[in-house]
Ligand binder design. Structure first.
Ligand SMILES: [Zn+2]
Length: 274
């Protein structure tokens, strides 16, 4: 069975992906007793199924509808006797399908449609604690974090990934991400369970670093914009040249998108994204 096993503070994890262990092409699912958070991408179903069949699964919840997180929800619904839940805003795209670009189909595979239930307000854990779903839009409109106050855990989906972001998806909102980071930083947590980076014991520090980085970047982008520099020039000066990420994603992930997102946040220009 493939996949890299993770064990942290009693939470099990499985990192799966088609192309080795690279951060951007793998995704982690976490298991807390009979509850599973996120499902991995559809092309990793045999590995994910092996992991899930190790013990009974009562409920599977996803942080957002993106295919690397929700891609096996349909297969789980069909094969396991588990309740499948998604953020309310993700239920419709999951049931009706959403646009996938060529690179996404190659890296992650194509998920089948699934009828999921909206997340309940609180999700009890077998040993007494509970997860509280908290909206954290920005990366996607339905992005949701799960907070466990008694342990001080935050399952952060794709809110974090890295402190120093270099790229942005064309459909992400920097302003919403900044607001979500501020809101999550109000919570009393220690460990961040990131879907790509893995468990981070100084999770609050990590979120703070990301917030500070984005706020500073927005300020510097606005400064250069005021001096009539083009988006391309600003991107090159602050983030370096575009690289393979832009080419393989046909512009869906790019440094230019990050500059546009910062401009949108700092000076309210409308996004042209590709
Ligand atoms: Zn995502």
């Amino acid at each position: 069975m493939g996949g890299e096993r993770i064990e942290f503070e009693g939470v099990e994890g499985l990192r799966v992906g088609r192309f080795g262990s690279h951060l951007n092409t793998t995704c982690i699912l976490y298991r807390l007793g009979s509850l599973v958070v996120d499902t991995g991408p559809p092309n990793q179903w045999p590995t994910v199924r092996g992991f899930l069949r190790e013990r009974a699964v009562d409920r599977v919840i996803v942080t957002h509808h993106h295919e690397d997180h929700s891609g096996n929800l349909g297969a789980i619904d069909a094969e396991l006797n588990a309740e499948v839940c998604a953020p309310a805003a993700g239920v419709e795209p999951l049931a009706e399908g959403f646009r996938l670009r060529g690179y996404q189909r190659i890296v992650w595979g194509t998920p089948g449609p699934v009828r999921s239930r909206p997340l309940p307000d609180t999700i009890p854990l077998a040993d007494g604690g509970a997860l509280r779903p908290l909206p954290a839009p920005g990366h996607s409109a339905d992005m949701t974090c799960f907070f466990e106050p008694s342990r001080g855990w935050l399952f952060s989906g794709d809110l974090y990934i890295a402190s120093r972001t270099r790229y942005l998806r064309a459909d992400e909102s920097i302003g919403d991400t900044i607001e979500s980071l501020r809101q999550m930083l109000e919570l009393d947590f220690g460990t961040l369970f990131c879907s790509h980076r893995g468990p981070i014991s100084s999770g609050k520090e990590a979120l703070r670093r990301k917030l500070a980085f984005l706020e500073e970047l927005c300020g510097r982008v606005a400064e250069l914009h005021a001096r009539n520099r083009s988006e391309k020039e600003i991107a090159r000066e602050l983030l370096g040249r575009e690289d393979w990420m832009r080419w393989v994603s046909f512009g869906h992930f790019s440094k230019r998108n990050l500059v546009l997102g910062c401009l949108d946040e700092a000076v309210g220009t409308s996004r042209g994204g590709s």
